[in-house]
Design a protein around this ligand. Structure first.
Ligand code: MTE
Ligand code: MO
Length: 442
């Protein structure tokens, strides 16, 4: 029998051993825990000092439980609107022409914690993004073995992951056109190492320029279909309004499109004090649409700007490191602003959307220690909350949230649909507890 690594122990056994409390064991360097079960980890600011994000510092976002794929017998099936149904073994995939691409992957929800009003979902601050060298085969070369019919306008990707309760499967469809892009890959390597299981090993999609939700992990099944896949993770989650409304306004799903391109953005890592008043400010900058053209820094809250120095790593899809030594008062405010080659400029004010996707406002850092997101610890749960809510997932899922009573009410309904055994008469007490413990952010 092979031995389990620490992560497998946590995901596989944590539910049995530690139901009722959260353990905050992040699996690598520079990671903080959003949730242990399912596995969701955010990279800390120190991670923005490296060009390639090491695998064990790379953020993790999994909606379901991490599978233990059968690597020896792993196959990917291609079917639906194809000329010939095929199943391709992992070993045969690895015999095809290999390509390597450096690309940023960012979760669509990165930055959600900063939106006001707050909304349900993991409260990512800045670190649900990383830059890696992905190695694998062009998806189009694999699709050519099956031959996608012209009516197969979309490809639905299914995976080996394990939903909790009656949670829908994580199935995403992408337009066939994007799948045929030479830089869209089926990847089995990350930064020169075998793709770690938590990041989708043995094989995941790499969709440069698009948000992480399209980068399906543990791909086992590709179906050519005529229209967008009809399932929760396409029709309800990961949608962005066609026309933006006011903060707090609901949007009809018919007035939304699936999330695709990530936006132009810079992030500031911890500024280093070089001498009194003199600091070295730096970070990363990227854009899904076009390479970054410049990053500017302001020490007077955006009145005047100075060009930062960009590193030499100019690629189509990777990020650039940038830095600049500036003079700033001890309580001064640093602001950064990225612009890409398409003329897209990082905005001063963030546009609001109901699910809190694609946050990309200019980062503002007040000099002095940077507070992280509030951590709630040592919570005593009433027994009904413990028994109804801390089973599929641990309590991190609830702790991170900041919601009004009305939002909590809807959340408990959603959980009940997904399998939480909450009887109507039990609901008010659960909602009261959650709304008082984890209220909406200001
Ligand atoms: N099968 C599967 N693929 C998935 C997910 C998932 O939950 N299941 N999460 C997606 C989301 S929302 C993101 S942001 C990225 C995160 O990839 P990572 O965990 O390697 O950082 O994987 C995507 N692929
Ligand atoms: Mo994501």
């Amino acid at each position: 029998m092979r031995s389990l690594d620490r992560r497998e122990l946590l995901t596989g056994l944590a539910g049995l051993v530690i139901a009722g409390t959260s353990s905050s064991a992040a699996p690598g360097k520079n990671l903080k825990t959003q949730s242990v079960r399912p596995e969701d980890y955010e990279m800390e600011f120190a991670g923005f000092e490296s060009y390639l994000t090491p695998n064990d510092s790379f953020y993790v976002r999994t909606h379901t439980l991490t599978p233990t794929p059968d690597v020896a017998n792993y196959e990917i099936k291609i079917h639906g609107l194809v000329n010939k149904e095929v199943s391709i073994k992992l070993a045969d995939l690895k015999k095809m022409k290999k390509v390597e691409i450096v690309a940023v992957m960012e979760c669509a929800g990165n930055g959600r914690a900063n939106y006001r009003p707050t909304m349900p979902g993991l409260q990512w601050d800045q670190g649900a993004v990383g830059n890696a060298k992905w190695g694998g085969v062009r998806l189009k070369d694999v699709l050519a073995m099956a031959g996608i019919k012209p009516e197969g306008k979309h490809l639905a990707f299914n995976s080996a992951d394990k939903p909790m309760g009656t949670q829908p499967k994580f199935i995403r469809s992408l337009e066939t056109e994007k799948c045929m892009h030479p830089d869209t890959l089926l990847a089995w390597e990350m930064n020169g190492e075998a793709l770690p299981t938590v990041h989708g090993g043995p094989v995941r999609l790499v969709v440069p320029g698009w948000a992480g939700d399209s980068w399906v992990k543990w791909v086992t099944d590709i179906e050519a279909i005529p229209t967008e896949f009809d399932g929760f993770f396409m029709k309800t989650a990961y949608r962005y309004p066609k026309v933006l409304g006011k903060p707090g306004e609901a949007v009809d799903p018919k007035d939304t499109n699936p999330v695709t391109w990530i936006k132009v953005k810079s992030i500031i890592h911890s500024p280093k004090v070089l001498a009194p008043g003199k600091v070295l400010v730096g970070g990363v900058a990227y854009s899904g649409l076009k390479p970054v053209a410049k990053v500017e820094v302001s020490v007077d809250d955006g009145k005047t700007w100075k060009l930062a120095k960009l590193d030499k790593n100019k690629t189509q899809w990777g990020w650039r490191l940038w830095s600049l030594a500036v003079t700033v008062p001890a309580d001064g405010v640093l602001v950064a602003r990225a612009t890409d080659e398409g003329g897209n400029v990082q905005p001063k004010e963030q546009e609001w959307n109901p699910s809190g996707y694609l946050w990309n406002v200019q980062p503002r850092v007040v000099m002095g220690p940077r507070p992280g997101p509030p951590q709630v610890t040592g919570v005593e749960y009433p027994k009904e909350v413990k028994s109804k809510c801390i089973t599929c997932h641990d309590d991190h899922m609830m702790q991170g949230q900041r919601m009004t009573r009305a939002q909590w009410d809807k959340e408990v309904d959603k959980m009940t649909r997904w399998g939480a055994p909450v009887k109507p008469e039990e609901k008010p007490a659960i909602v009261d507890f959650l709304a008082s413990k984890y209220p909406a952010g200001k």
